[in-house]
Design a protein around this ligand. Structure first.
Ligand code: SF4
Length: 81
């Protein structure tokens, strides 16, 4: 079952899930990702994260994977993985 994506995610492989995600994996606005990696993430008016820019290099992809592993609720995901 696919997760509910935040509507503000830019097109691309990586995305964040919305608080209403039916799998219970929605962003809880803990602010870690957009505080640590503001070049990739922004927060909406409720503090929920969305992907603002996709990673473009192996190094950036590694940064993205690291922050995805850090997210306590698994809200940062990649299509097909
Ligand atoms: S780290 Fe996860 S829960 Fe925290 S703001 Fe980012 S997506 Fe939301």
């Amino acid at each position: 079952m696919s997760s509910m994506k935040h509507p503000n995610n830019v097109p691309g492989s990586w995305y964040t899930t919305y608080p209403d995600d039916p799998n219970g994996e929605g962003c809880i606005a803990c602010n870690i990702c957009y505080t640590d990696l503001p070049k990739f993430f922004k927060d909406d008016e409720d503090g929920n994260a969305y992907v603002y820019r996709q990673p473009e290099t192996p190094e950036e992809t590694s940064e993205f994977q690291d922050i995805a592993d850090t997210c306590a609720v698994g809200s940062i995901k990649k299509d097909g993985k």
